[in-house]
Design a protein around this ligand. Structure first.
Ligand code: NIG
Ligand code: FE
Length: 404
């Protein structure tokens, strides 16, 4: 079954050979992009979706989330907005709620957040553990995450749990040993919260090394709350991504620019913790690869909205709309070391966000407006006309005979 998506006013392909096309069309077949080009030259297909001049982008790749949890920390957010600082200490509140929750409760929340993200154009999600912090709970959270995405990350080293507060090195040993063995079958990545007062450089190196030894690939929470060794540790370990990058030295920027480690920026966290935004301009100008992700979690960034992150990156971090859209799509794909997503060249997975707008610029120009009117995931439109949206959700039609 093939589907022709036509009437595309602006097509952001992220394919260097194609660039941004106008008056464009594409054909989807078997869940992949089979053809891209001028609308006027579009081939026939079994079905047609005319998007009426809309902008079309690759589906967003949200390469950093913590979606398996229970409870809510709205009171902590309200206290922060009244002047309390964010320290990461609230992670333990969510750990207690998550340990007490049964699988169905966690699964329902995860499914709800995944639907929420998909409706806003996110077609790939990375999901971390890190709110269990026992052998059984970390494995359980990753098993649940694996039900919705192959991009799962073992974050047993999220914080030292209360029961290990006076012997953190024993906890690191547990993470590197029994917990890793239980978690690894359900994880693709290993991550550590490398931060002053959480896990230091040596502890972080030990966890990454053990994870790599178990067949996982490294990524790191680095330099969120203050300057520190996180970026250097990430680059040394060959991490796919260093995430947060809020407090960077010149050496950190040079290390990222001179490596394959993607700088993943999470402006939802700075928004929600009222912190200074990372210096995206310095990273981009130095030649680093930048990704944008939501960091969706109940403490520091309770948003699943990639469009919000794009708007913040443009307004607050001086990224151009084109840079921000690239970072939220192709950048996320690089951060997950994926070549099948984040672009719309022939052969790419047919993951598309269709906007109720003529241009990608509207994602930042119209902040807070739900502009994603249709999403194709693996070539399948996932928003029904019943969702009450206008414009490009117009139904897929079978061509009349004689019509394309
Ligand atoms: O990425 N920094 C560590 N982990 C999360 C925060 C989690 C929480 O506050 O519950 C983050 O911001
Ligand atoms: Fe995070």
């Amino acid at each position: 079954m093939s589907l022709l998506v036509r009437g595309i006013g602006e097509l952001v392909t992220n394919d260097p050979a194609l660039g941004v096309l106008h008056e464009a069309a594409l054909v989807v077949s078997d869940g992949r992009i089979a053809w891209v080009g001028a609308d006027a030259g579009a081939p026939a297909a079994d079905e047609v979706l005319d998007v009426g001049g809309a902008a079309v982008l690759p589906g967003f790749v949200d390469s950093h989330t913590h979606l398996v949890f229970a409870g809510d920390r709205a009171a902590e957010f309200a206290a922060r907005m009244a002047g309390q600082p964010y320290t990461g200490g609230g992670i333990r509140t969510t750990v207690a709620a998550t340990r007490a929750a049964d699988n169905d409760v966690l699964r329902a929340r995860l499914a709800q957040l995944r639907r929420e993200a998909l409706r806003q154009g996110t077609t790939t999600l990375e999901v971390k553990s890190g709110y269990g912090l026992t052998v059984a709970d970390e494995a359980r959270l990753l098993r649940l995450a694996r039900e919705v995405t192959p991009e799962t990350t073992f974050l047993g080293a999220h914080v030292v749990p209360v029961e290990y507060a006076d012997r953190p090195d024993d906890y690191v040993d547990l993470v590197c040993g029994e917990m890793l063995r239980a978690a690894a079958p359900y994880a693709r990545w290993v991550d550590v919260f490398c931060e002053r007062g959480v896990f230091d450089a040596d502890q972080s190196r030990a966890v990454l090394k053990a994870g790599i030894g178990a067949g996982l690939r490294p990524r790191l929470h680095a330099n969120q709350l203050g300057p520190g060794p996180g970026i250097q540790v990430a680059v040394e370990a060959g991490a796919a991504s260093a995430d947060h990058c809020t407090h960077l030295s010149t050496m950190d920027i040079e290390a990222l620019a001179g490596s394959d480690t993607v700088a993943t920026l999470l402006p939802g966290a700075e928004f929600s913790t009222r912190s200074p935004y990372p210096d995206a301009r310095a990273l981009l100008d130095a030649g680093a690869t930048v990704a944008l992700a939501t960091d969706c979690n109940p403490g520091s960034s309770y948003t699943s909205s990639m469009p919000l992150c794009i708007a913040l990156a443009v307004r607050e971090m001086r990224m151009t709309p084109a840079e921000a859209v690239w970072a939220a799509t192709a950048g996320g794909a690089r951060a997950l070391r994926r070549t099948d997503i984040g672009h719309l060249g022939v052969g790419a997975r047919a993951d598309l966000a269709i906007l109720d707008a003529p241009s990608h610029v509207h994602l930042a120009y119209r902040p807070g407006v739900p502009l994603v009117s249709q999403v194709l995931h693996n070539g399948v439109p996932i928003l029904s006309a019943a969702s009450g949206r206008s414009g490009a959700e117009s139904a897929v039609k079978r061509p009349e005979s004689g019509e394309q």
